[in-house]
Design a protein around this ligand. Structure first.
Ligand code: UDX
Length: 428
C-alpha cells in the first residue's frame, strides 16, 4: 500500500521504517528540513538500536523516502499522524501539532476521490479522534482511525515489527478493512473497537505500568527498613501468573517521554470530567520523590554529602537510548549538587545533553576515569558499560569503597567479596 507518515520522531520514524520493511511504499514527512535532509542521507536523528541500518536498507530498496511538505502524501491510501503531543503547563496534552497536521490533511485530500484512512498514532486524550474526524468531515472519503503505539525506546524497531497487540479504533467497516490490509503481514492480537476505547487503552496501559513501578518503589522503601530484599519479593510475586514478572523492578523510578507525560495527561482528563484518580496521583508522587529518598539514604551512609566526590554512572532515562527526558539522573544530580557534593559522571551516549544542563559536573568518557578518587559510585542507568566493571580495578581507583546501586543490577555478593560496601534499592 501507499503509506505516508507525518512526523519523524521516535514513533513516526520507527513506524515508517517498519512499514517499509513489511513491504509498503512509504513516505515520511517532517516540517524540519534539516531533519529530512539527514534522513535522506540515511542518518537517523535518534539513537535507536538497528534503526539506522534498517533505514538505509529500505531507502536503498526504494521503499522509503522523505519529504518536507504534506504534498508528498498525495498518493497515500493510509496516512499516519505521528506528531508530538507534549505536556502543557497544566499537565494536559498539547494538541497544537496534531490539529495543524489534520488541517494539512484536510487541505490536501479535500474532495479528492479515493478511499483513505487517516490514522492517529500520537498519544491523544480520549475524544481527540472524534474531534479530528469532525475537523476532516469535509473529506468524505477519509476514515479516521485511532491506532496507538506501544513501542519502547531502546527496542522501538523490534516492538514495532512484532507488536504485542494491534489496537484499532474506528467507526466504519472500510477503515477496519484498510487496517487489516496494512497489517496483513504483522502478527499480534487484534483489538478492534471504538476510537475512544483505543485512546484510553493507550493511557491506561502506561498508567498501569507506571503504577506497578511506583508500587514496587514504595515497597522498596519499606524493604530497606525491614532488611528484606525487594528483588526476591518481586521475583516471588511475579511467578503468580495473575501478576506476571514484568515492570516490578524497583529503582530510582521511571523516566522517559511516555510515563511521566501520559500519567499527567490522564489525570488532567479525569479532572476535567470531575473524576479523582487517587492511585495515579500517588504513583506520580512516589516517582517524584524516589530520587530524593535514595540520595538521603546515600547521605546517611556517607555521613553527609558536602564535598564528597560522587561518581554517577548512567544518565539516559534507560539504557540503549540517548533520551534524557525526565531521566532520573537529572533529579539525582540536582539533589547531590544542592547538598554540596562534587560530581563526576559517565554515559555512553547521553553525557553531552546532561552537560548542557549541569556544566558543574565533570563528565568522563570512561567508567574508570569517572570512578577515580570517588567516595562513592551511584548507578543510575543500567548500561552494559556501567554493569560490566572490573571490580578490583574500580576498588583501587576509588577513595572509598562505597557502591550505591540505583537499579539493583550490580552483583552484590561479588562486590562485597572485593571489599565494597553495597547498598541497593530496597535491599541492603
Ligand atoms: C513506555 C512503554 O513501555 C511503551 O509501551 C510506551 O509506548 C511508551 O512508554 P519507554 O518509556 O520507552 O516505553 O520505556 P520503558 O522500557 O517502558 O521504561 C520506562 C521507565 O520505567 C524507564 O525509566 C525504566 O527504567 C523504568 N522501569 C521499567 C522501572 O523502573 N522498573 C521496571 O520494572 C520497568
Amino acid at each position: 500500500m501507499n503509506v505516508a507518515v507525518i512526523g519523524t520522531g521516535y514513533v513516526g520514524l520507527t513506524t515508517a521504517v517498519s512499514l517499509a520493511l513489511h513491504g509498503h511504499q512509504v513516505v515520511g514527512i517532517d516540517v524540519d528540513r534539516e531533519k529530512v535532509t539527514r534522513l535522506q542521507q540515511k542518518k537517523s536523528p535518534i539513537y535507536e538500536p538497528g534503526l539506522e541500518d534498517a533505514l538505509g536498507q529500505v531507502i536503498d530498496q526504494g521503499r522509503l523516502r522523505f519529504d518536507h511538505t504534506v504534498n508528498g502524501a498525495a498518493e497515500a491510501t493510509v496516512l499516519f499522524i505521528c506528531v508530538g503531543t507534549p505536556e502543557a503547563d497544566d499537565g494536559s496534552a498539547d494538541l497544537r501539532f496534531l490539529h495543524a497536521a489534520a488541517e494539512d490533511v484536510r487541505n490536501l485530500y479535500g474532495q479528492k476521490p479515493g478511499k483513505r484512512a487517516v490514522v492517529i498514532k500520537s498519544t491523544v486524550p480520549v475524544g481527540t479522534g472524534d474531534r479530528i474526524a469532525e475537523q476532516l468531515k469535509a473529506c468524505t472519503e477519509v476514515h479516521l482511525v485511532s491506532n496507538p503505539e506501544f513501542l519502547r525506546e531502546g527496542s522501538a524497531l523490534s516492538d514495532s515489527l512484532h507488536p504485542s497487540r494491534i489496537v484499532v479504533g474506528a467507526d466504519s467497516p472500510e477503515a477496519f478493512e484498510m487496517m487489516d490490509q496494512l497489517y496483513a503481514n504483522v502478527s499480534g492480537h487484534w483489538v478492534k473497537t471504538t476510537r475512544a476505547n483505543a485512546e484510553l487503552i493507550k493511557y491506561a496501559s502506561n498508567a498501569f505500568l507506571a503504577t506497578r513501578i511506583s508500587f514496587m518503589n514504595e515497597l522498596a522503601r519499606l524493604s530497606a527498613v525491614l532488611g528484606t530484599d525487594i528483588d526476591v519479593i518481586s521475583r516471588g510475586m511475579g511467578l503468580d501468573s495473575r501478576i506476571g514478572p514484568e515492570f516490578l523492578r524497583a529503582g530510582l523510578g521511571y523516566g522517559g517521554s511516555c510515563f511521566p507525560k501520559d500519567t499527567a495527561a490522564l489525570l488532567q482528563v479525569a479532572k476535567e470530567k470531575g473524576v479523582d484518580l487517587n492511585i495515579l496521583q500517588q504513583v506520580r508522587e512516589v516517582n517524584r520523590t524516589q530520587p530524593a529518598w535514595y540520595v538521603q539514604l546515600i547521605r546517611d551512609k556517607l555521613q553527609g554529602l558536602r564535598e564528597k566526590r560522587i561518581a554517577i554512572l548512567g544518565l539516559s532515562f534507560k539504557p540503549e537510548t540517548d533520551d534524557i527526558r525526565e531521566a532520573r539522573s537529572l533529579s539525582v544530580i540536582g539533589h547531590f549538587l544542592q547538598e554540596g557534593a562534587f560530581l563526576s559522571a559517565f554515559d555512553p551516549v547521553a553525557a553531552d545533553a546532561v552537560a548542557r544542563l549541569y556544566p558543574q559536573v565533570r563528565f568522563e568518557t570512561d567508567v574508570y576515569e569517572t570512578l577515580r578518587g570517588a567516595d562513592a559510585a551511584v548507578l543510575v542507568t543500567e548500561w552494559k558499560a556501567c554493569i560490566q566493571i572490573d571490580w578490583s580495578k574500580a576498588k583501587a581507583l576509588m577513595a572509598r569503597p562505597m557502591l550505591f546501586d540505583g537499579r539493583n543490577v550490580w552483583p552484590a555478593d561479588l562486590v562485597r567479596q572485593h571489599g565494597f560496601v553495597y547498598t541497593g534499592v530496597g535491599r541492603s
